[in-house]
Design a protein around this ligand. Sequence first.
Ligand code: F42
Length: 327
Amino acid sequence: MVKFGLELVPQTPINKIVELSITAEKGGLDTVWITDHFYNRNTYITLTAIALKTEKIQLGPGVTNPYVVNPVWTASAIASLDEVSGGRAILGIGAGDRVTLEKLSIPQKSPLSAMKESVETIKKLLAGETVTLEGKFLKVKDVGLAFKPGRVVPIYIGAQGPKMLKLASRIGDGILINASNPKDFEYAFSIIREAAEGKLEKLDVVAYTCFSVAEDREKAKKKALPIVAFIVAGSPEKVLERHGIDKDKAGKIREALGKGDFKTAFGNITDDMVEAFSIYGTPEDCIKAIKKLLEKGVTHVVFGSPLGAKKKEALKLICEHVVPAFK
Ligand code: F42
């Protein structure tokens, strides 16, 4: 059966995030993912607060990265979260948001090696092994955890590019794909099907969507615009081409966002862009859009920012109308 999750950004105060997570758990959602950027509230502190107030929902960073946070540190953190949550931790890890890394003067060098070496090391540490590695990215000597982790938690890899999708299919338990449109999943599955080599049915393929639901379709759409603007600005040319979006128009939006001119940036968002990069509308519109993703092979849908005009009300619509349509 399809799984459903919630993405929360800890720009929101932790007590509100905990409240939303409790509502998500009561509403039958399976997972909650906390984004990781150094300028927001700390991901693991937020996750611990959620763990202490919930009982069933699985939870984890969505996603952390090995450039800012050493993978050995991540192994200890996720094992601790697993302990405090009674075995509910899931680890989302990706190569990191390039713009954020640039602010810290951290080059995103060899992301494929960084991800491979990090995931393999984390798995070994969680299995109680001692690791020595002279890798391209990670160099560790006789490193092990001084406590016994409960288990090797499921590892989900953030991936959009062809090589990262291939790697994630081979070494991940799941793949978090930052996309909302069936065309992107058709593309992703053309790679995943071949790369997963017999383990496709075990792989949890997650649509990490830009989602906006409201009783009023236009209100939902309006709320999605700022997020769509950032997605357009950050999308590689190939992705823009896939959706028939003019790269000069995308360039204008990128330039305006770079200058902090949000009026121009949001004003240049076209209907095509909103359709390409978000799921929005009434609960019925959203149910139809989710069905199209499931037809492509998606096994897990994460409701991501903005959720809707008002987060609490949007989550209510998700739990009472959207999710029940699939259970
Ligand atoms: N990033 C964050 O920092 N914080 C978050 O909270 C966050 C959430 C999130 C949720 C879902 C999701 O899918 C992604 C999320 N991200 C978040 C972004 C994530 O951290 C990664 O940036 C993203 O998933 C990686 O995207 P990607 O698959 O496009 O990979 C990049 C690195 C890429 O360029 N991939 C290329 C590809 O084809 O897949 C490969 C690049 C390549 O070949 N590199 C060479 C190599 O050896 O690695 C050499 C490059 C060199 O010059 O070193």
